[in-house]
Design a protein around this ligand. Structure first.
Ligand code: PRP
Length: 215
């Protein structure tokens, strides 16, 4: 598949064989809801593993069955923020790796006529400045929903934000990396364009509808 990669340092394309295999399942129009949901969960695991590489750790002394040794534990809290609805498809996978993470919610719906995001529910923890905030949304299309989400998170004090996507489109990536150069973006693929309904092409269709059977 042809892929365009904008040359921006705060975008990481997670393109190993495992992520590409999960993405292949997600892109295939024959994949039905249960398998789509499972592949999204598994892709989220892979994306979280990548996006937490820069997390701080602290040394801890323990005993193995053989001797005393020093090991590393993750230090510092994580807040997962799924963008409703489709981001919920990544939440269980993320929580499987980060079971003690706090979860905040951003409810946004793209207006089908204008493609602009409309906020309908927000529930975020206080003290967001203390967290590594991981935003979960399978699709970064025009970037309107993600831009509104990041603006809100920053208003609430977040200073360390990473965003995890299955597919990001070039127009959305260009907008977000310009507007938020302090935020890091992870995507399993970068697709070249949007169609006249602002759907990502080739993309994987409407992630929320495919996750929840509302096609
Ligand atoms: C989709 C997707 C993103 C957004 C991307 O959600 O999950 O949140 O659109 O588009 P953008 O980058 O142009 O803003 P949608 O509004 O369809 O809601 P849903 O998840 O409830 O289906």
């Amino acid at each position: 598949m042809s892929e365009t990669r904008p040359d921006v340092k705060n975008l990481h394309v997670v393109d190993g064989p495992l992520s590409q295999h999960k993405l292949a399942v997600l892109r295939d129009e024959r994949t039905r809801t249960p398998d789509f949901r499972q592949a999204m969960k598994e892709l989220a695991l892979i994306m979280v593993a990548e996006a937490t590489r820069s997390m701080p750790t602290r040394p801890v002394s323990i005993r193995t069955p053989l001797t005393e040794t020093e090991v590393e534990e993750i230090s510092g809290p994580v807040c997962l923020v799924p963008v409703l609805r489709a981001g919920l498809g990544m939440l269980d996978g993320a929580l499987a790796l980060l079971p003690t993470a706090t979860v905040g919610f951003m409810g946004l719906q793209r207006d089908e006529e204008t493609a602009l995001p409309v906020e309908y529910y927000v529930n975020l923890p206080s003290n967001l400045d203390e967290y590594l905030v991981l935003v979960l949304d399978p699709m970064l299309a025009t970037g309107g929903s993600l831009s509104a989400t990041i603006d809100k998170l920053k208003e609430e004090g977040a200073t360390w934000i990473s965003c995890l996507h299955a597919v990001a489109a070039v127009p959305g990536v260009e907008r977000l990396t310009r507007e938020h150069p302090d935020v890091t973006f992870y995507a399993a693929a970068v697709d070249p364009e949007l169609d006249d309904r602002s759907f990502i092409v080739p993309g994987l269709g409407d992630a929320g509808d495919r996750l929840y059977g509302t096609l």
